[in-house]
Design a protein around this ligand. Structure first.
Ligand code: TYD
Ligand code: MG
Length: 463
């Protein structure tokens, strides 16, 4: 008996069902099932063809890649674009994806590689206007406004294979091989599949632009994420000029590198010293801020962590965090309560990582705790100090990797001391002071000593 066609596709996660339902069982979203055309008639079945199986032994070649010359972009891709690879670039609308990719395409064209930019969103005139604004009007990037994958493939099979093909965006593309309407999950998946085949066949590197929905997932194209070789995300706070390019998945490189850009009136500018940028607007002398000496990928990065701890009238106090893991905040708060005598249950707690950066390292625990306690005690932290270290549930401060690199970066930017895990003792560069702490309670005691009013009285005396 033939299985019923599964034509109802969840627009959120891509799960397929034979009949409509109000809720997608796979991702739990409501009202996301849409009936889409099937994936076209199945070709008549044929006998399998023999493929060559090889031994794992033998020569492995480093994937051939080509750098754009835009250092911050090349770092995140792992040294440039691999021939025949497909990369998905996600980000909020307006964050600068089109701008970045036009600049990347222009960089390839400058090196005499064929670069083609397909705009599915606006006319060629719009792309040209943008190029003018970016000072790229002399570039040899080829531009077309097109949304049909077949037409794009046919056009590009003439002349030299493009070294880089930008598709802006994948949500606007459609292919004849599936019947579904443009913008649906089936179309996005079908179009991406065709483009990936084109990349593998021709050797062109393709960058697909994908729009992100409010919850941070690449809309529809979430189903594309596992089809492509690399997924990059372009992030930033709308109000701020910093833009951070981050690899979420990369078959050909690391995923912990970030690239930092600044959006200017004439395009994106590379930021080669991000620490200086993230610290440029420091609020010296106020309580509740601590400088974290972090590592992003291979690069040390200093960033300010801001905390606000304020008495609350709510039964359940607020805990809000931007740029850090809420679970780690909860853990640090619990350790402060349980092991350091810091009572926060009567306080709202807000934590923010300055500059729109998102920190993932556990090494930020100590800096976050320092900012929190500083805010609670109204005790500004020393302006020339940086903080790092991981906090364990027992309240111990644990060592973190790359101490030397963190300290060197801090010294380079004019800091004179660091509050570090005990294990880092003895790693200080010349002329740099270290205050090793064994437990979080040591840190709290140090900050409280400088605080007004005394920390003990800052907590609400309930119960
Ligand atoms: P864009 O690249 O169109 O974003 P996306 O493709 O991710 O939707 O960038 C749009 C924003 O960037 C827009 O708000 C204007 C701003 N911008 C600049 O500030 N300077 C520039 O040189 C350009 C081209 C855009
Ligand atoms: Mg765009």
């Amino acid at each position: 008996m033939a299985a019923r066609a599964q034509n109802f596709i969840c627009q959120n996660c891509g799960a397929a069902y034979a009949r409509w339902a109000g809720k997608c069982e796979a991702c739990g979203e409501w009202n996301t099932l849409v009936e889409e055309g099937g994936e076209g008639p199945r070709r008549a079945s044929r006998k399998g063809r023999l493929v060559v199986v090889e031994s794992l032994k033998g020569h492995a070649h480093e994937a051939p890649r080509l750098g754009s010359g835009i250092t911050e972009f090349d770092r995140v891709t792992g040294g440039g674009l691999v021939r025949g690879s497909v990369l998905l670039l996600g980000g909020d609308p307006g964050i600068g994806k089109s701008t970045l990719l036009l600049e990347v395409a222009a960089a390839f064209a400058r090196d005499r590689h064929r670069a083609v930019y397909i705009s599915g969103e606006g006319a060629v005139a719009q792309v040209r206007l943008r190029a003018e604004r970016l000072g790229l009007s002399e570039t040899t990037v080829e531009v077309a406004a097109e949304t049909s994958v077949e037409d794009i493939g046919a056009t590009l099979s003439h002349g030299a294979t493009p070294r880089l093909l930008v598709i802006d965006s994948i949500q606007t593309m459609w292919t004849q091989i599936v019947e579904a309407a443009p913008g649906t999950v089936t179309q996005v998946r079908g179009s991406a599949g065709e483009l990936i085949r084109f990349a593998k066949r021709s050797g062109a590197a393709i960058i697909l632009v994908g729009h992100v929905t409010k919850d941070g997932q690449i809309a529809g194209p979430r189903v594309v994420e596992h089809m492509v070789d690399a997924v990059l995300s372009f992030e930033g706070e709308g109000s701020q000029q910093f833009r951070i390019l981050r690899a979420i998945k990369n078959r050909f490189g690391p995923t912990d590198e970030i690239g930092v850009f600044e959006m200017t009136g004439s395009g994106l500018r590379e930021v080669t010293n991000p620490s200086a940028l993230f610290l440029s607007e420091r609020d010296l002398g106020s309580a509740g801020t601590a400088v974290f000496a972090g590592i992003e990928g291979t690069r040390p990065l200093l960033v300010e962590i801001q905390a606000l701890v304020a008495p609350t009238t709510l039964g359940t106090p607020r805990r809000a965090v931007v740029g850090w893991d809420p679970n780690r905040l909860s853990m640090v708060l619990a350790v402060l309560e349980a092991h350091c005598g810091v009572r926060l249950s009567g306080h709202d707690v807000y934590l923010n990582v300055a500059g729109g950066l998102r920190i993932q390292e556990p090494a930020a625990d100590v800096a976050a705790a320092a900012a929190l306690v500083s805010s609670l005690a109204h005790a500004p932290l020393p302006a020339d100090a940086v903080y790092f270290g991981e906090v364990s549930l027992s309240g111990a401060v644990r060592p973190v990797p790359q101490t030397a690199a963190r300290l060197r970066e801090a010294q380079k930017l004019g800091f004179a001391r660091a509050i570090v895990p005990e294990a880092a003792r003895g790693e200080a560069p010349e002329g740099f002071a270290l205050s090793p702490i064994g437990t979080l309670a040591d840190l709290v005691a140090d900050i409280a000593r400088a605080g007004v009013p005394p920390l003990r009285r800052a907590g609400r005396q309930d119960a």
